[in-house]
Every structure is written in C-alpha cells, then in structure tokens.
Ligand binder design. Structure first.
Ligand code: SF4
Length: 331
C-alpha cells in the first residue's frame, strides 16, 4: 500500500516553567494515500497536537522534541520538520491543508468569502489575476454544493453553520493538497448537517483521491466513513488497522471500551458501558501500560511494562497491549 505521510517516533512536549507535559509520546504510523484515516481518542489523548505536527505548527509552549515526519510526494520524500520557514510556507496548504475545529470561527468576519479565497491564492500564486481566482473559487464552491452567486460576495455572518463549514472545506481544497486534516469538522452542527458534510467529504476523497486524516471522538462517524482507524490514548498509539478489522475484532481493551460506550439507535441503553475512571493526567502518567488504571483486563505485568506495538496475524493491524505477542495472541 502507498503512503502519504509517515510519523517516526514523534515526541511533542509542552514545556512549562517547572515541568514538561508529554502530549505525544513516541508516535509512529504510516498514513495510507487516498484513504480516510480516523484518529480517535478521548479529549486530551494528543490527536490535535499530533495533527498540528504535520504542518510543523504546534502551538507554544508546545515543541516537537524529536522524531521525523516524512512526506511522500510523487517522486520525492522529505522530512517536514527539516523544511525552512520559506519552504514550510509553500508546503502548508499546497501539500497538506487543515479544516480546524470550530472552522466557522476561522473565517475573517470583515472580509467576503471571495476576498478570503483570493488573499490565500495570492500568497501562493503571486501573479494570479482576480478572474483566475474567481474561476477557482467558483469551481470549489460548486464542488461543495454551494450556490456560488449567493456565497461569493457574502460575509461569514450571512451564512448558516453548515454553509460556513462547506466554505471551509472548499477553502482547504483551494491549492489542491494531497492530504487534508479534518479536526472534528462537524462540531456544533446538527446531526443531519453532519451527515451531509461527511457524505460530501467522502465524495471529495473518492473523486479527487485526496487523503484525509479525520480527528474525532465520534465512533459512529468512523465506522461509517473512514477506511482506517488509529486509536490514541495518553499520547500513544494503542491500535491501528482497517475500520473493519479494528471494529469487528476489538483487540485492544481501550478500543473495546470506546466502542462499547458509544450509544446507537439499535443498541439497548443498558448495554452501553462507560470506561471507568478518567483520561491520564499528563503531569502524572501511569507507569507501564498507560491504560492500566482503567483496564478491565489488566494483570500483574501491566503496571510495570510498557507494551510494544505488535503486528497481528492478519497483517496491517497493530496493537499495543501485553495480551498480544504478534502473529498470535495469548488471550
Ligand atoms: Fe490492559 Fe494490560 Fe493490555 Fe494495558 S497491557 S491494555 S493494562 S491488558
């Protein structure tokens, strides 16, 4: 399988005056090209921090302490973290773009939609004319099923939440990136609009063959729209594989807990089992397996041994749990 980016042993810390908080801890993973990969986990699991490393844009006092992030572009491979500021500015949005959490607030309230599109295009293509920018803008607004004549000259406050979200998706496509990061792209939208937006994203993924990295805590969205899923906990990768394998086999106790705690229309309310306890305190991370204080399968080795990621027998399915030895399991 071809890949678009690869995280290699990435560590990110928030460096405070008297201590450091490790938000991403030795994270390694290859993201498949042309697919939707979901990154799931509870709040504070490190999803947003990890995604921001792809643009080398971790907010201060965060710092990428070590690791590599390889970008596989057609005939060249390079480490995003090695790009100087000029190359990084060219790289951002043209290779990888991002739809931010609460994207509706990312639009400038005092500029029309077209002015914002034109401004971004000019930064990357200095000689672009207004007519050329207009044609590109129309192309992408139509792609996200917006009536460009209404939206083009509108200010953000004149659009509904769902329309603003579609504007942001069109915005992320402007420079034809290979990968789009979607950070909880439907937060604050009602379920019908959410479903509409995800169907639209799936269409863009399939028709334009754009890879997507979807950050979410919504397991039902993952099961419906993603191809692959990576489960994060305490800044570490706990499980990765195709949605089908991960959701049907539920190997990692944390993944199982996430799935079993998700309500659905066809599930008996009494069968919903929340994961006990709280996400780990980054200032006081548990020893051994970081999930052990909440794990219903924990045994004597768990508090003292940090499990390795092992590849299961069905290939391309990784699990970080002492119950599994790779190729086989001893459950
Ligand atoms: Fe649970 Fe132990 Fe596996 Fe961690 S290593 S997930 S504590 S069984």
């Amino acid at each position: 399988m071809e890949h678009i980016v690869e995280f290699k042993n990435v560590i990110v810390e928030y460096q405070m005056k008297h201590y450091n908080l490790r938000a991403v801890n030795d994270f390694s993973l290859k993201i498949p090209r042309g697919k939707i990969t979901a990154l799931v986990g509870e709040s504070g699991s490190g999803k947003t921090t990890l995604a921001s490393t792809l643009l080398n844009n971790v907010s201060k006092p965060g710092k990428i302490v070590s690791g590599e992030i390889l970008y596989y572009g057609g005939d060249s491979v390079y480490n995003i973290l090695d790009l100087d500021s000029k190359k990084l500015n060219q790289f951002r949005w043209s290779k990888i773009s991002m739809v931010f959490q609460g994207a509706q607030n990312a639009l400038n309230p005092i500029m029309t939609i077209f002015e914002q599109f034109y401004e971004t295009l000019k930064v990357h293509r200095h000689d672009i004319t207004e007519e050329e920018a207009e044609a590109i803008c129309i192309q992408y607004l139509e792609l996200v099923n917006l009536d460009y004549e209404k939206v083009f000259k509108a200010y953000p406050h004149e659009l509904s939440g769902g329309m603003k979200q579609r504007v942001m998706i069109a915005f992320s496509l402007l420079l034809e990136p290979s990968l789009i990061i979607l950070d909880e792209p439907t937060t604050a939208l009602d379920v019908i609009v959410q479903d509409y937006i995800f169907k639209l994203l799936k269409k863009i993924n399939v028709e334009l063959k754009i890879s997507m990295l979807l950050l979410t805590h919504d397991i039902s969205v993952v099961s419906k729209y993603a191809d692959y899923v990576a489960v994060m906990y305490g800044g570490k990768l706990m499980e990765y594989g195709s949605v089908k394998n991960v959701f049907t086999q539920k190997r990692h106790p944390y993944t199982k807990g996430l799935i079993e705690s998700t309500p659905s229309l066809d599930k008996d309310i009494d069968s919903i089992k929340p994961i006990p306890g709280n996400p780990p305190d980054l200032m006081n991370m548990p020893s051994g397996c970081v999930f052990h204080p909440r794990c219903n399968k924990a045994f004597s080795a768990c508090p003292i041994t940090d499990p390795k990621l092992v590849l299961l027998e069905n290939g391309n399915h990784l699990v970080k749990c002492l119950l599994y030895k790779g190729g086989d399991d001893n459950e």
